[in-house]
Design a protein around this ligand. Structure first.
Ligand code: GLV
Length: 338
């Protein structure tokens, strides 16, 4: 029997992270490509003091109550809407995420989606693959210009700001909407804060970068899509439920907006026979905005380091609920499993 603390790892992550967890812990690993069911997750977590989780694992109060010895949940993602953070905080469980390391990679993917939808790249590829290319066509697959256009960024945190900086290379005018205003970041990125309604009316491209919360659930619905220009493109590399999918399908079918490019959907995965998959003016990819080799390695190392730090009583770099850590420090009861 190992004398190392037991942790659950809910999927095989890049080597940098696997090496770290194997070095420090007795690891119970879920090796399948598909996520564990809630029952399988419960078994995997049983007796573990830490868990390295994915955004497909639901960690709520019920899960935490079944495993009161669980001290740290380290999510392999910057988003953590799969974890009930208030429930974790209430139970003294540290929650961690992987901010920073995926900022540029995710922003550049959002920009790639923007370009692909604006210039109809996927439709062009499909056209050639289908053997339809007969001649140079004066009106063939005409798209929208990106240079000099107005980009509305909804959610002006790290990723939104990085996107603004990239877009400034295309002389885009940047509008930003966020409930929290960081004037310094906005002026550095050349962005102007406006209300959501104004952003939707003015923008040629609307890119979503908010966390999924009760407030942002279906933030973009039928009314918001109607407010957008008929030539506008919607990009979502945040979380699927930020957009009302049925309203989006209707808006794309009726030509209320020009196109949508989605890294994330509701539901996820999107079934192959879903209307969004076959609509010519929709691009759907399988939640891969942070999927570069280098970034996924960094995320794995950070998620593993967060787990090590949390179980060693140190402040994890990607600490979400600092309340728990600070409270434990004040009471002189910091966790020490290593
Ligand atoms: C991916 O969606 C993430 O939140 O890191």
């Amino acid at each position: 029997m190992s004398d190392k603390p037991l942790v659950a790892v809910t999927r095989v992550i890049p080597q940098a992270g696997m090496d770290l967890v194997n070095e420090h812990f007795d690891v119970r690993l879920w090796e399948d490509e598909l996520p564990p069911s809630p029952e399988e997750l419960a078994k995997l977590l049983h007796g573990a003091v830490g868990a390295l989780t994915l955004l497909t694992d639901t960690i709520d109060g019920e899960v935490l109550d079944r495993e009161p010895q669980l001290r740290v949940v380290s999510n392999f993602a910057v988003g953590y809407d799969n974890v009930d953070v208030p429930a974790a905080t209430e139970r003294g469980v540290i929650v961690c995420n992987t901010p920073g390391v995926l900022t540029e990679t995710t922003a550049e993917f959002a920009f790639a989606l923007l370009m692909a939808a604006a210039r109809r790249i996927v439709e062009g590829v499909d056209y050639v693959r289908a053997g339809k290319w007969q001649t140079w066509g004066p009106t063939l697959l005409m798209g929208q210009d990106v240079g000099g256009a107005t980009l509305g960024i909804v959610g002006f945190g790290r990723i939104g700001q990085a996107l603004a900086k990239m877009a400034s290379g295309f002389d885009m005018k940047i509008l930003a909407y966020d409930t929290y205003k960081n004037e310094e970041a906005a002026s550095e990125a050349g962005a102007t804060y406006v209300e959501l309604d104004e952003l939707l009316h003015q923008s040629d491209f609307v890119s979503l970068h908010v966390a999924l919360t009760e407030e942002t659930h279906h933030l973009i619905g039928a009314d918001e899509l109607k407010a957008m220009k008929s030539t506008a493109v919607l990009i979502n590399a945040a979380r699927g439920p930020v957009v009302d999918t049925d309203a989006l399908v209707a808006a794309l079918k009726d030509g209320e907006i020009f196109a949508a490019a989605l890294d994330v959907t509701e539901p996820e995965p999107l079934p192959a026979d879903h209307p969004l998959v076959s609509l010519p003016n929709a691009i759907v990819v399988p939640h891969i905005a942070s999927a570069s080799v280098s970034t996924r390695n960094k995320m794995a190392a950070l998620a593993a380091n967060n787990l090590v730090a949390g179980l060693n009583g140190d402040r994890p770099e990607g600490l979400v609920n600092s309340d728990v850590f600070d409270r434990a420090r004040r009471q002189g009861v910091s966790a020490k499993w290593l």
